[in-house]
Design a protein around this ligand. Structure first.
Ligand code: IMP
Length: 177
């Protein structure tokens, strides 16, 4: 499958993704019973994952959105993280940050620091995909769906230069031939 100038091959099926999302939602449901839970969705990439995850969490919760951008249109984290944090009321609330993928960890460490200023009761991260070998900063990710090696992926919300987000599966950049 081709997006712009690159070829991608199937990497995770809809079923693989569904299983991971259900397992994460079960853990969150178990851990936050009786808590005032606020799910904060990190746009844009997490919009599809978040829609599935929050529907599988069997607890009352608020859903808020903020945006972060680090990749630009390339395939490598720029290191510069642009975040837009609206004035969200999370003081004294239990927050779960919903992120599509953790790569270097820079985006989420900047976001977490910014949100700590609002004094939540707790803050954890739920990431569908993690690339642990790519980490540049130490970051605790409480809920991880699937760990993968350092490959570039698209689909299920993730993009390559803004395309590929609507693919229902996850596709990996094919080896050059
Ligand atoms: P980090 O700050 O390096 O952890 O990068 C996090 C952000 O980079 C994610 O929210 C994605 O938007 C983007 N990203 C990281 N890896 C990939 C990938 O394989 N495909 C598409 N986007 C990615």
């Amino acid at each position: 499958m081709r997006i712009h100038d690159k070829y991608f091959e199937l990497f995770l099926s809809q079923d693989d993704i569904r299983q991971a999302v259900i397992t994460m939602a079960e853990s969150i449901t178990r851990d936050y019973r009786g808590c005032e839970l606020v799910c904060i969705v990190v746009l844009k990439g997490s919009f599809i994952f978040a829609a599935d995850l929050v529907r599988a969490i069997e607890l009352p919760c608020r859903v808020e959105f903020l945006s972060a951008k680090s990749y630009g249109s390339s395939m490598h984290s720029s290191g510069d993280v642009a975040i837009h944090v609206p004035d969200i009321d999370i003081t004294g609330k239990h927050v779960v940050l919903i992120e599509d993928i953790v790569d270097t960890g820079l985006t989420l460490s900047v976001l977490k620091a910014a949100l700590q200023n609002f004094h939540p009761a707790s803050m954890e991260i739920a990431a569908l995909i993690s690339k642990p070998e790519m980490r540049k900063v130490q970051l605790h990710v409480q809920y991880v769906g699937i760990e993968i090696p350092p490959v570039f992926i698209v689909g299920y919300g993730l993009d390559y230069a803004e395309y590929g987000r609507n693919l229902p599966e996850i596709w990996a950049l094919a080896e050059e031939h």
